[in-house]
Design a protein around this ligand. Sequence first.
Ligand code: ADP
Length: 255
Amino acid sequence: MLEIRNLVFGYDRQNPVLKGVDLELEEGKVGILMGRNGAGKTTLFKIITGVLKPDAGKILFDGRDLLQMSRRERAGIVAYVPQQIDFGALTVYQTVLAGRVSYYNIRPSKADLEVVENVLAEMDLQDVSCRNVQELSGGERQKVAIARALAQQPRVLVFDEPTGNLDIANELLIINEAKKIAHKRGITVFSSIHDLNQAMYFGDRFFFMKDGRIRCSGGPEVFEENIVRDIYGVFAKIVENDGEKFIHYYKGDKQ
Ligand code: ADP
């Protein structure tokens, strides 16, 4: 279980961005963080992944405080999948091996190479393992980014807008990969995503951020017209079809 307790952070002391964030996400679930631009989603992810240090609060994984851990220990728990990696001129294999760097000192061990090979097989990347990452399609590159994070053997994968630059086919590919990783391997996935319909399809738990806090959270039932209006200031209509919910949103009071 990932638990965030009363997390406070400001880039400067006068203007806190996070004013006491609390949330809980169970193991093997996909949690989706939503909110307007500037709500603090990336800031929260940067704190979870150790890029920023909070002013107050705790982040616990299975009761252990991530903020008290060494970099190496923490890398075995949380891995980050950025929207875009500046890959450099590396092969897929070398890129995924870079995910092991917190485990070895100078040279990777046989066990490190085995982890990389297993991840490549699992992500169906074996056939492209010798290709330069820069030559791959956007969807394949994103899969390599996930594979690199998985090579870290984390318990939590954090994604910041994983589908932002992808076409709809690749969007689905990446969302389905991430769901599979969570549900089959029991890895907790915590991701931001803008599109509310995509969020509903992707997630198990949903967290809406506003004014530096989690304004509301829960299962799919949290998608309500008044909540969308409160968080985003837009009108929404929720339609159910074959037991599945869809949200239409629009700026005025007419569709
Ligand atoms: P989101 O990911 O929800 O769009 P961010 O976490 O990027 O939001 O930003 C939250 C707030 O923090 C915004 O007001 C943004 O301008 C501010 N902010 C983000 N990064 C920095 C930074 N490096 N220095 C100062 N302010 C920042």
